[in-house]
Ligand binder design. Structure first.
Ligand SMILES: C[S@@+](CC[C@H](N)C(=O)[O-])C[C@H]1O[C@@H](n2cnc3c(N)ncnc32)[C@H](O)[C@@H]1O
Length: 251
């Protein structure tokens, strides 16, 4: 008679009986990881690699603004690309604008809070064309922003969010100069109703659809200081500790 019990793999049996040392002895304290060595390049910003881990926020924007991102990554990207004119169509507390001011780079910045809809089907109106666009849109409804139905974070379904997000990326693509760059900071998250929402994937898909190409590696930005990292959850899941900055180019 054949047995239906799977044979015991001696490798796993040995591991099962082993005491695994705790990886993280002090919950709540940061874990220090050794990053891979970056090659020497001619980059004007040698510490700017695919792993971005600056933990101090700097004096840009307003840390208390929901969804505020530190300005250091923006600063490093501007030092790297050295653009003429910058645009931030979803500026929030003005982090990108503040960095541009420090670097003496002209910058136009808007937000739905000033009544300007970056997802308008007519594009950005008479706005100029830009060398560099910094875009940090809502991660759908993870955080809510303006009390305005045109606010991307207020779109009731994922389908509707993606429809308006597609229009936003088209507007950005159209207002870039040839060779201009669009940097989008976006994160995936688990939505209470829709489950896991792979917004990084959708960003790439929609940006390519808008005629843009990816210019360089994704930049994985460690989410130091995220409000969720101090929470305690009763459910089991794999916490996401980063968001992704994607750099697209208009040919
Ligand atoms: C993630 S926050 C940006 C935060 C900003 N990077 C900062 O450091 O403060 C996203 C912003 O997009 C704005 N927004 C949402 N929908 C918009 C729309 N349709 N047009 C323009 N801005 C919009 C929100 O008001 C919010 O300020």
């Amino acid at each position: 008679m054949t047995s239906h019990t799977a044979p015991i793999n001696p490798f796993y049996a040995a591991r099962r009986n082993r005491t695994v040392p705790a990886k993280h002895d002090e919950p709540g304290k940061p874990v220090y990881a050794r990053l891979p060595l970056a090659p020497v390049t001619a980059s004007p910003v040698p510490h700017l690699t695919s792993l971005y881990h600056f933990h101090r926020t700097g004096e840009y924007g307003d840390r208390a603004y929901p969804g505020n991102c530190g300005g250091r990554l923006i600063k490093d990207l501007l030092l790297y690309f050295q653009p003429g004119l910058v645009f931030d169509p979803m500026t929030g507390s003005g982090t990108c604008r503040d960095v541009c001011e420090e670097l003496d780079i002209p910058c136009i910045s808007w937000d739905i809070h000033q009544g300007i809809d970056a997802c308008d089907p007519n594009g950005f109106g008479d706005a100029e064309t830009f060398d560099f666009i910094w875009a940090h849109p809502p991660y759908w409804r993870q955080k809510l922003y303006a009390d305005d139905p045109r606010d991307l974070s207020r779109t009731p379904t994922l389908e509707e969010f993606l429809r308006r997000y597609r229009q936003f990326l088209r507007n950005c693509a159209r207002s870039l100069k040839p060779g201009g760059k669009l940097a989008v900071l976006m994160g995936d998250y688990s939505d209470r109703g829709a489950g896991f929402v792979p917004l990084v994937y959708h960003t790439k898909r929609l940006a390519f659809e808008a005629g843009l190409v990816q210019h360089c590696t994704d930049i994985i930005r460690f989410s130091h200081g995220a409000s969720s990292s101090k929470k305690v959850y009763r459910t089991s899941f794999i916490p996401g500790l980063h968001d992704v900055c994607m750099i697209f180019e208009r040919h």
